[in-house]
Design a binder for this molecule. Structure first.
Ligand code: SAH
Ligand code: SF4
Ligand code: F3S
Length: 449
């Protein structure tokens, strides 16, 4: 019987989305049910992000709205999960009267206990970080679908000086390889067509000597009709073995998210990124040789402390050299507790803003140009469903993670692979027509030639 209706809202990165599925699994085991309607929930959980100040401000704003629900139904339990729980701890409970429980990313097993405590009228805080918790025995609660995330690591040991993640997520640890493979098998059995393996720095994955390339190879052969993606790769640790593994397996997507953060070696050093631009560019070149057609995306921060106009120009320069397919671009936001927080946030807001727009404009131009070169080519697309704007069009993605829109064709449905002839492109989307439905069998395949 369903004990209670839980409503969960998730912010931040894919790790948080994956964690919300673990949380749901833990709660479901204790008899809880779920609702998408905030107003009918007895328990409201926000799985939060602290990576930049505006992420936290958004969540504070949301708590303001939720207060109305609590005023109407004083029995409603309100909980903060995730990275803000870890960063702000009891301040949240003390400052925000409506918050009943604060539970960090390594304490989700105790969530049912904290909810019971909250029903009994007491506030609860569980923010211990663990060196070992990977939740690898918990099968995340997932609706049926095509695409799933799997956390293969937790935490981060890199301590980039701007970043709060090592403080909110704790020490790096890898999940057991076989448990990941088993989860992929189950997803394959349920008809999923795509999994994304997640970690803050997947390249340092290590399960008793089995590295990330070993994990990818093991996952790739589970079901050749399933696309395998992963994120995030740190430029320092991306190995040749990994590149060859991607090249070898057809269903390992030719797409690498490889955050550069800045184009200036001086800034990279202040960021503690532990690579130079020379190393980074060599890596890109090598990857392009080993994996023909591989595409790259990146993360870039504008306005890190002491960043000069010269440094900023170097960032634009590296973007021109690499020609990323896509980028996530941010203004530097000082985070308390990090090393960079002790440096003066000395790039004025309007300069940060202007540099960020130059970065965004350049990336749009590059994405547009790359996409124009795809006109008249044929792309293999996994059909994901109807396009957002119209049921007369399907939407899907290429292996290189580009969105493709094409008219619905008889016999084509979500989950199919089709070849699409591209006839038009913007900086964000490709448009085309289905040429044929591709039969991709559920057998182990490797690339030839
Ligand atoms: N583990 C990943 C990314 C984690 S956070 C990696 O190493 O790349 C995602 C992105 O947010 C980062 O790559 C960075 O570009 C951005 N970011 C992190 N902290 C930030 C801060 N204090 N201000 C602005 N952007 C930040
Ligand atoms: Fe943050 Fe750096 Fe770790 Fe990425 S690698 S999560 S940016 S500390
Ligand atoms: Fe945000 Fe935490 Fe992810 S800070 S980006 S939710 S690891």
């Amino acid at each position: 019987m369903e004990k209670n209706k839980v409503y969960i809202e998730t912010y931040g990165c894919q790790m948080n989305l994956a964690d919300s599925e673990i949380v749901k699994s833990i709660l479901k085991d204790k008899g809880y049910g779920f609702t998408d309607d905030l107003n009918s929930a007895n328990v409201i959980l926000l799985n939060t992000c602290s990576v930049r100040d505006n992420a936290e401000q958004r969540i504070y704003g949301r708590l303001g709205n939720i207060k109305k629900q609590k005023d109407n139904n004083p029995g409603t339990v309100i909980g903060i999960l995730g990275c803000m729980a870890e960063r702000l701890r009891k301040d949240l409970i003390e400052e925000k009267q409506i918050v009943d429980l604060v539970v960090g990313p390594d304490e989700y097993r105790r969530l049912p206990e904290f909810i019971d405590t909250a029903y009994a009228g007491e506030k609860g805080i569980g923010v211990k970080l663990s060196k070992t918790e990977t939740y690898d025995d918990i099968i995340p609660y997932r609706e049926d679908g095509l695409s799933a995330w799997i956390s293969v690591m937790r935490g981060c040991d890199k301590f980039c000086t701007f970043c709060v993640v090592p403080f909110t997520r704790g020490r790096e640890r890898s999940r057991n390889l076989d448990s990941v493979v088993n989860e992929v098998k189950q997803l394959s059995g349920r008809g999923f067509k795509e999994v994304t393996l997640l970690g803050q720095n997947v390249n340092s994955y290590n399960d008793n000597g089995r590295d990330f390339a070993d994990l990818l190879a093991a996952v790739a052969v589970v079901d050749s009709s399933m696309r395998i993606r992963f994120t995030t790769s740190h430029p320092q640790d991306l190995s040749d073995k990994l590149l060859y593994t991607i090249a070898e397996h057809e269903n390992l997507c030719n797409y690498i998210h490889l955050p550069v953060q800045s184009g200036s070696d001086r800034i990279l050093e202040l960021m503690n990124r532990t690579y130079t631009i020379e190393h980074y560019l060599n890596l890109i070149e090598k990857a392009r040789k080993i994996i023909p057609g591989v595409s790259f995306s990146t993360d870039i921060i504008a306005g890190f402390p002491t960043e000069t106009e010269e440094d900023h120009k170097m960032t634009l320069e590296v973007m021109r050299k690499v020609r990323y397919d896509g980028a996530y671009m941010f203004k530097y936001s000082p985070r308390e507790g990090t090393k960079a927080y002790k440096m003066k946030d000395d790039v004025p807001e309007e300069v940060k803003g202007r540099r960020l727009s130059e970065i965004i404009d350049l990336q749009q131009k590059i994405s547009y140009e790359i996409n124009q070169t795809l006109i008249n080519t044929t792309e293999t697309v996994l059909v994901e469903g109807f396009s957002r704007k119209s049921d007369e069009f399907h939407s899907g993605r290429t292996g290189t993670n580009k969105v493709v829109i094409f008219p619905v064709m008889n016999g084509v449905k979500a989950g199919d692979y089709v070849s699409v002839k591209i006839n038009r492109a913007t900086s964000a989307t490709l448009f085309g027509e289905v040429e044929k439905i591709l039969a991709i069998e559920k057998t182990s395949i490797t690339k030839t030639g």
